[in-house]
Design a protein around this ligand. Structure first.
Ligand SMILES: C[S@@+](CC[C@H](N)C(=O)[O-])C[C@H]1O[C@@H](n2cnc3c(N)ncnc32)[C@H](O)[C@@H]1O
Length: 240
């Protein structure tokens, strides 16, 4: 699956792939990251720094882990999060988790595409996207959409995978990421290519300064990035 294909085909293939792996998605996240994925999302929500009365949009919410993290320390309904994803299967699992944690008063789920956000201009104090942006069929347009739906001064927080800069760590990590991870992923998810697509899509996606420039071109100010866990994940932030 290549982003260079027809964008509409790529969009549909990504949608199908995530729907196919949805039932094993959370389990594989914990397993393949050694539990680090929770820490990455916590760091992202710390940077977002949510406050009572604010409203957030979590784009490509998947099973709603970021949305749940945003609401974790707040009483029912005192912050509002819309979790949006284009996979109904993912949203179904998100719904079960939200109900089990009694968070339905704080998190609303909605089907939609990152390239065409179904929200008015200036609607949210913050937008988040964790491990989603690399999969969007039109990254520039999705970034402009994030900027559009933010209120002036609103915060954008993006988490995405990268490869370590240090040559030694890079070589070690690539053995894991490009050889072992696809095999474990295939075995557990029973999907033939989703966990091969993961390292391939990371290797071909703009990271660090290159991605920060895309955020600036979409209109974001004060764009920064921070490396997490030896640079295998990057936390990007920007302001409208
Ligand atoms: C790697 S998962 C990340 C899920 C979640 N944010 C997390 O932290 O676990 C990527 C998610 O993005 C969704 N997605 C990918 N492309 C999308 C798009 N163009 N519009 C909306 N959702 C998209 C997929 O359905 C999937 O649930």
């Amino acid at each position: 699956m290549e982003r260079t294909e027809n964008p509409a085909d790529f969009h549909r293939q990504v949608q199908k792939m995530f729907s196919d792996i949805a039932p094993r998605y959370d389990f594989l996240n914990r397993l393949l990251s050694g539990g680090q994925d929770r820490y990455w999302r916590k760091r992202a929500v710390n940077r977002l720094s949510p406050k009572e009365g604010e409203r957030f949009l979590d784009i490509a919410t998947g099973t709603a882990d970021v949305a749940l993290e945003i609401t974790r320390n707040f009483p029912q309904g005192s912050v509002q999060v819309v979790g949006m994803d284009f996979s109904d299967k993912m949203l179904e699992l998100a719904r079960q988790k939200i109900d089990a944690l009694d968070k339905a008063a704080s998190i609303q789920l909605r089907n939609g595409s990152a390239e065409d956000l179904p929200f008015e201009d200036n609607s949210f104090e913050g937008t988040t996207t964790a491990f989603g942006v690399r999969n969007f069929s039109d990254v520039d347009r999705s970034l402009r959409e994030m900027h559009r739906v933010l209120k002036p001064g609103g915060r954008c927080v993006i988490l995405e995978f990268a490869l370590p800069r240090n040559a030694f760590l890079n070589s070690l990590y690539r053995i894991y990421f490009e050889w072992l991870l696809p095999r474990i992923g295939r075995l557990v998810s029973r999907h033939p290519s989703a966990y091969t697509y993961l390292p391939q899509s990371v290797a071909s996606f703009p990271i660090r300064n290159e991605f920060s420039i895309l955020m600036e071109q979409a209109g974001f100010k004060n764009v920064t990035f921070k490396e997490l866990t030896f640079g295998i994940v990057i936390l990007y932030t920007g302001l409208k």
